[in-house]
Design a protein around this ligand. Sequence first.
Ligand SMILES: Nc1ncnc2c1ncn2[C@@H]1O[C@H](COP(=O)(O)OP(=O)(O)OP(=O)(O)O)[C@@H](O)[C@H]1O
Length: 650
Amino acid sequence: MTSISEKHNSQTLGSDNPPPKEDSPYSNVVITEEQVGVYKLLIASSTAPFSIKKTFEEVKNAIPLFQKLFLEIYELDPWLFALFVGSRLWGSVEDAMMMQLSSNLLRTIEAGFVSGRPLVSEIVWALLTRALSTAIVAHFGWYNGQLYTRLQKLVTTHFEIRLMKAKLNLDVPTSLDATSTIDVSSYAAWTSFQAVLEYIMSLVTAFSQVIVIYNAAKASGSPAFFLTCLARPIFTQLVARSIWDKVCYAYASNADYVKMRALATLASGDYREDVLSGELGDWIIKEYSKCRDSLSEIVESHPFFHAFQEKTSVYDIISLLLGDLPMASNIENVIVDGTIAYPPCFGEKRKREAQRGMSFEIRNMSFKYPGSKKTTNALQNIDLSIKAGSVVVIVGSNGSGKSTLLRLLCRLFDPSEGEVLIDGHFASSYKLDSLRQATTLLSQENRLYPLSLGQNIALGCVANADNDELVKDAAEKGGAASFIKKLDKGFATVLDPKLYPSCVNLYGDKEHPLYKKMKALEKKVEISGGEKQRVVAARSFMRMNSGRIHFVAVDEPSSALDAEGEQDLFNRLLEAREGKTIVFVTHRFGYLTRHADLIVCMKDGAVLETGNHDQIMRKDGEYAKLYNIQARAFAEDEALSAPPGSKTSL
Ligand SMILES: Nc1ncnc2c1ncn2[C@@H]1O[C@H](COP(=O)(O)OP(=O)(O)OP(=O)(O)O)[C@@H](O)[C@H]1O
């Protein structure tokens, strides 16, 4: 293992922050950067010589604040406060007391030896006193733990409510202004209280121990004993390197580490559907292992951890195990893998069909979501036939089962009853990976992966992920290229860079140069919901570039798109229909149904009507009702915007 600190360079603020003005309290601040394993640690230290006067002034200024904090906590529950502080006081003198009792016991035994007559009753008394004190100390330790939890909860709740009120009082423009965000946590009040109390207690502890040592030294008649006892604590104070009294900021700067954490996020349940339908599983494991290998020699534990403890392998081993464990576990899947590769190569006719797109035959299919508490099925007795190469539009009111039907077509779930046949074979008989290679699901979720925008698109087709031309082409088709080009970092933009930051002693000080540096590093790039949907759509086009896609499932991908964006997207998808069956789920179907070979109208989990637009309109049922509502709204809009005297048509 390499040393934890790999390189060290010191820089003044001038490099990427304007130097603080001469009279600024930060004019003497120097920021030192240190690479600690995968983290970059920035420590702000002052070059100003130590000044007792200044330190005294700082303490003087802080006292009223501490008084206020202590008073506020005292008023929350005076008894609890008094008991807590009292038990901490006891805790800080108990070491000295135990030292004194041990010393008494040893001295009594020694006196017995010297006199040749053991002082039995005195020894028993000293032993009993010591044993009783040990029991009291143990009890107070336990009691202190109880008080700690109660008071901590009281204090954090109190300050949490105070902070919530402050946040709720902000108006919209103020809350949008990054500089006015309230980023102090309610926990900070508790840690400040704790820190001050700890400091006072450490003084009491030191003082009480010095008295005991002094008395013991006096009894032994040797000042050397006194000095020897004090040598270690003084040495530790002077030599030990601590960051806790400095302003510090640490963030993950190792690209492999950041990528590895992003990959672990992708493996979590949140991205299940995307990862399955985009067959990213193998890629995630491969890339994760690559990153893990490249990090094998680099320490991953947090630099603040090293401030407490010198290098130890225990923490690294545990964090590595915890990171890898979920991936290693072998949970049996509900969806059983088949044996036939898609497209099936049985007979020339089937082969030709597969080249036109996937065909589906659904027979008496019902479906209930696993674990669903509903008494009714999400899909009920569905019979449906979808021809290879057709354009299908599924319509229906909210909750009618449109997305569920699409998920079953993509075999993200298996039916509870009935069956689905793909190109004449049971869907369950196909090898899942080959089925997924032939499918793309463009869903209404516009969730992006925690990677760069370019990678978000490239992952549509892992095999071509390094082909920038294909990525750009997919971005064009998805309608994402123009807005991505306008971003500073273009395709390399990561919207919400996860650097796992942490800081010490920086709370609230927005003028501190390290705070500014920290904010610049953590800057998020905001894009609109429609722009996110365009990136997700581009990912689907990238997938179609693989040339292996025979089924395109499109689930309301245009909810956040403007009218033009929506029409462009539908047109591009229709242009790419060669060799594919396309199934759209949409609420705004006026444009699409004209191109549809088949419209499926659903209600309450059942298929009510099927046919092309003219056939199904003639039924004058659910579809006609939904269509007429949209057409009427459109006509009213047109009438409102039309110049007076002009004619409007449906
Ligand atoms: N993950 C799930 N777990 C349990 N029940 C679900 C789940 N997803 C959907 N449902 C239920 O299944 C039924 C059909 O939902 P589905 O999302 O397929 O309807 P939809 O027609 O696509 O609706 P919308 O138009 O609102 O998107 C609903 O009753 C819904 O509450």
